[in-house]
Every structure is written in structure tokens, then in C-alpha cells.
Ligand binder design. Structure first.
Ligand code: OGA
Ligand code: NI
Length: 338
């Protein structure tokens, strides 16, 4: 079905039919409680061993955590949010110049999730950019607002550094060499999305993004500081992860689940929408190189057993992921060893 961007600047008074979920698949917002024990990890803490321990615990039992004192300056974050908001405030005709629903495009404005595959649309527009290496991709980024390229490229550099640091800590939390994960992943790709969820007339009937896990390695998510919307699945229940000031939410993705032989969980999460206010989020996705072979180290495989998942390249995984829709079988299941 043909979907169009919804960030038009005009409020919708009712939810268009193509966004309404069947009754069995609605967010049931009144049943969602706040996750009040989200692991918050202070990366500025001098006791590295304790950071590693906390990260290991968070990855194994939650699949996500928040970080503070992460090294990305507050000013940088504010500038990034500012220019992202400015972008979505542009006239629709201007934004539509960048529109595409082809997931293989390295720069595009799109809407919902995968409009050509899905039955029901999601209340989200998004700008998606490839970000590494910067000099290859920045020329194709939006030139309106004029400061977009400069602000977003500085932002990308800082977030990449944070990603590397987290990969080291996660490697060590699995009793691996500090650079193990980075070595397996090769020259890592980096993508950024700017998600814009306009105020929605009927948040009970739809999603910004329905339940999914992220197909990449690690997601570094900048949440709107004013409007909540991220929810994670913990022990079968949906919990709201409300924003805390100056923090990033870190999600373990499918590749780390495979690489850790299932010890660390690629967390199920979703975004719900708000009746009164627009919400923005800016995730950075770190991804293995296309030809990286995703394979767990021997030390994480029990003696005499097989790895949980067969080895695969990231290129193979990514292709499979985008050929599916979010309501189909989980992509990682298709790679399970029998
Ligand atoms: C995503 C995502 C959550 C959010 O873009 O993959 O999960 O809060 N976003 O917008
Ligand atoms: Ni996600």
C-alpha cells in the first residue's frame, strides 16, 4: 500500500485506517509499567572492573542499559537534536525530494518501517543515513538545513568512539581480549536514523515502531528528553524506559547475541506514540563489515556442543532481515543450528 510521510506539520484529527492495528496487536498502554531498575552505567567511574561487571550483568539479563558520562558532549547532543528537528520542520515538498522506500539506499527519508512489505503502517517518519566512512557518505546527506552535514558528521565521530569503548567493555565482560569484538566485526559500518513520531490522535491503536530487535551489533540511542516512548520486553512484560538526562540507551543487537553464543540478548523493544506531542529519537547503529564472519569464540561454546547459531556473514543476515517484515519469524531463528 502506498504510504506517505506523516510529518506534514498538520495535526491529524483521527488515525487513518491503514495505521490501525488489529485488536490482538495493540500496545495496551495501561498495562505497561515503568522500568525503574534500568541499569545505568557511569562510564566516568574509574573502577573499570566494576563497569565491566555491571555491563556483563546488564547484557545478560536485560539486553540493554543506559550510560552516563559517556564522553559525547551535551552541546553536541543538543546541536544534533536541534538540526534534526529543523529538518523535520521543513516543508513536505522539500523533504519529499529525499523520499525513498528502497532499503538499499544509503540515504533516504522514509516512513513507517518497510512500506512495501507490511500490512499495517507505523506512525513514524525517518531519515536514514550511512555514516562511515564519512567522506564517502556526507556528500549525499541533506544540504537543507545548511548546517546539517557539519553537525551530523561531528556527532557521528563522537558516537563512533563511544561505540568502540563499549565494544571493548563488552568483550572484556565475556572474558575475551579487549579487541576481540572489534576484530571479528572488521571495518564496521555506521548508520544513523533520525526518527520522528508526530503527535498521534490515537496512540492506543498503533505503534511508532512495533516490537523488534535491532539486526546490527550495537545501537546507541539518543532519546527525546521530553517525551517518553521507548519500551522494552523484560520477562514477558513491556516496560517503559523513560529518558534520563544526558544518557544514551544502549541496545544489544542480533549480531552480539550470535557472537556471544546467545549469552547476551538482543532485546525486544518498541516505540509507542504520544497523543499531545511529537517525539524524536536518534539511534546510531554499529554494524559488522559486510564480509565479517559472525562466529562465537570457542571459549563461549560448551564442550561437546555446537554453537547456537551457524556462522554467517553480515551481508547474508542483512539481506534476509530486509526481505522480511517485523511481524514474521525472528531473523536470527533462521540461522539456528539444528
Ligand atoms: C529503532 C528503535 C526506538 C525509539 O529505531 O530501531 O528501536 O525509541 N527506536 O525510537
Ligand atoms: Ni530498534
Amino acid at each position: 500500500m502506498d504510504a506517505k510521510v506523516i510529518s506534514t506539520g498538520t495535526r491529524y484529527s483521527s488515525l487513518p485506517e491503514s495505521y490501525i492495528r488489529p485488536e490482538s496487536d495493540r500496545p495496551r498502554l495501561s498495562e505497561v509499567s515503568t522500568c525503574d531498575n534500568v541499569p545505568v552505567i557511569d562510564l566516568g567511574c574509574p573502577a573499570r572492573a566494576s563497569i565491566i561487571r555491571e555491563i556483563g550483568h546488564a547484557c545478560a539479563s536485560y539486553g540493554f542499559f543506559q550510560v552516563i558520562n559517556h564522553g559525547v558532549s551535551k552541546e553536541m547532543v543538543e546541536r544534533m537534536f536541534g538540526v534534526a528537528r529543523e529538518f523535520f520542520g521543513l516543508p513536505v515538498e522539500e523533504k519529499m525530494k529525499l523520499y525513498s522506500d528502497d532499503p538499499s539506499k544509503t540515504m533516504r527519508l522514509s516512513t513507517s518501517f518497510n512500506v512495501n512489505k507490511e500490512k499495517v503502517h507505523n506512525w513514524r517518519d525517518y531519515l536514514r543515513l550511512h555514516c562511515y566512512p564519512l567522506d564517502k557518505y556526507v556528500p549525499e546527506w541533506p544540504s537543507n538545513p545548511p548546517s546539517f552535514k557539519e553537525i551530523a558528521s561531528n556527532y557521528c565521530k563522537e558516537v563512533r568512539e563511544l561505540g568502540y569503548r563499549l565494544e571493548e567493555l563488552i568483550s572484556e565482560s565475556l572474558n575475551l581480549e579487549k579487541d576481540h569484538i572489534r576484530n571479528v566485526l572488521g571495518e564496521q559500518g555506521q548508520h544513523m536514523a533520525v526518527n520522528f513520531y508526530p503527535a498521534c490522535p490515537e496512540p492506543e491503536l498503533t505503534y511508532g515502531l512495533p516490537a523488534h530487535t535491532d539486526p546490527n551489533t550495537l545501537t546507541i540511542l539518543l532519546q527525546d528528553t521530553q517525551v517518553a516512548g521507548l519500551q522494552v520486553l523484560k520477562d514477558g512484560k513491556w516496560l517503559a524506559v523513560n529518558p534520563i538526562p544526558d544518557a544514551y540507551v544502549i541496545n544489544i543487537g542480533d549480531q552480539l547475541q550470535a557472537l556471544s553464543n546467545g549469552r547476551y540478548k538482543s532485546v525486544w523493544h518498541r516505540a509507542v506514540v504520544n497523543a499531545d506531542r511529537d517525539r524524536m529519537s536518534i539511534p546510531t547503529f554499529l554494524c559488522p563489515a559486510d564480509d565479517a564472519l559472525i562466529s562465537p569464540p570457542k571459549s563461549l561454546i560448551e564442550e561437546g556442543s555446537k554453537a547456537v547459531y551457524r556462522d554467517f556473514t553480515y551481508a547474508e543476515y542483512y539481506k534476509k532481515f530486509w526481505s522480511q517484515n517485523l511481524d514474521q519469524e525472528h531473523c536470527l531463528e533462521l540461522f539456528k543450528n539444528k
